[in-house]
Design a protein around this ligand. Structure first.
Ligand SMILES: [Mn+2]
Length: 327
């Protein structure tokens, strides 16, 4: 079923030949990361194996907060003894954040779909199953379970569908080459996934403060290169005042990307007095993945980000310089 994309036999052996796993993901997990970790853990447990989902957190995004208690943030000696690690939705140990020291020295396999992930970049070695064409890691896991001949439960398939919906922006990012994604979605729905319920889980439940912050950030948008690039910022005082939990970057992107003539969007947040995060989104043409890599981050062609030392005005200047090369 998984056309042209064979699950590596090494990964199948890695899973079949052991009974104890830590299922890790990247820090600041999103729906794809959480959905992958929980569905895979649950499926492995049904095979009679031990599988413990681990995450350094923080669980900032509204849509994943409800699962925080299922994750272990500091596996102890008992948890680690004889365990193998499967890391999802990233392919370098540092992306697991505070979890990395706990995973050191354990055999590890990565399952990822980020183009910037690679064998060499996985640092300490380990097995990397990378498919940049996959719309989400849950999509890869859906087929992995099929190859392992594990029929997913309704709960597992809901989690896998949730990840697929998260990473595709509820299918808005799928283009004319994406029919396989809908084939997969149809199968997930036949097995119990519910798009209406998933949509509400993804986009409902926002705080009023998150709407107020959205308004502030919209009112501060600056337009560059004849409106092809829009930049907005979140000041340090705002993240203190409104809380990071209320962030709704997806809605912000949606609003900004609906502006006529827009090709890319950059959001700079002053996270601490010394550090910012930057996230980029682009429509088809512009490769913001390479811009993020150039600035020390990573991601996809149309969605990327980084964490960087400095204050907003100085980082804005760097972003403008980077875009000047391509515009
Ligand atoms: Mn993902």
């Amino acid at each position: 079923m998984y056309k042209n994309r064979e699950v590596p036999s090494e990964l199948l052996e890695f899973i079949r030949d052991a009974d104890k796993f830590l299922i890790a993901g990247h820090k600041e997990p999103d729906g794809d990361c959480i959905g992958s970790q929980l569905a895979l853990s649950s499926a492995l447990r049904r095979l009679g194996k031990q599988a413990r989902p681990c995450s350094a957190g923080p669980f900032k995004r509204t849509e994943v907060m409800r699962w925080e208690e299922l994750f272990c943030s500091a596996p102890n000696e008992d948890d680690r003894k004889g365990a193998r690690v499967i890391v999802v939705d990233c392919s370098t140990p540092d992306r697991t954040g505070g979890l990395a020291p706990y995973l050191e020295g354990l055999p590890v396999a990565y399952i990822d779909h980020h183009a910037s992930g690679s064998l060499e970049s996985s640092g300490g070695g380990g097995l990397v199953y990378l498919d940049p064409a996959a719309p989400s890691v849950t999509y890869m896991i859906f087929y992995l379970l099929e190859v392992l001949e594990i029929e997913p439960t309704v709960e597992e398939v809901e989690l896998l569908f949730f990840g697929l919906c998260t990473d595709t922006g509820f299918f808005r990012h799928i283009d004319d080459k994406g029919s396989a994604v809908f084939d997969c979605a149809a199968r997930m729905i036949r097995q119990g996934a519910n798009p209406k319920k998933t949509y509400h889980a993804m986009y409902g439940g926002k705080t009023l403060n998150s709407r107020i912050l959205l308004g502030n950030m919209l009112s501060r948008v600056e337009s560059y290169f004849d409106g092809r690039l829009l930049i907005t910022t979140e000041e340090f005082e705002e993240s203190e005042r409104y809380g990071k939990e209320g962030r709704d970057t997806e809605s912000l992107y949606q609003l900004l990307q609906s502006v006529a003539g827009i090709e890319a969007v950059a959001v700079i947040r002053q996270e601490t007095l010394e550090n910012c995060t930057v996230s980029f989104r682009s429509l088809d043409k512009i490769d913001v993945g390479s811009i993020a890599v150039f600035m020390g981050g990573g991601g996809h062609r149309n969605a990327s980000g980084l964490s960087i030392k400095g204050v907003i005005p100085e980082i804005k200047r760097q972003i403008l310089e980077a875009f000047e090369q391509i515009f």
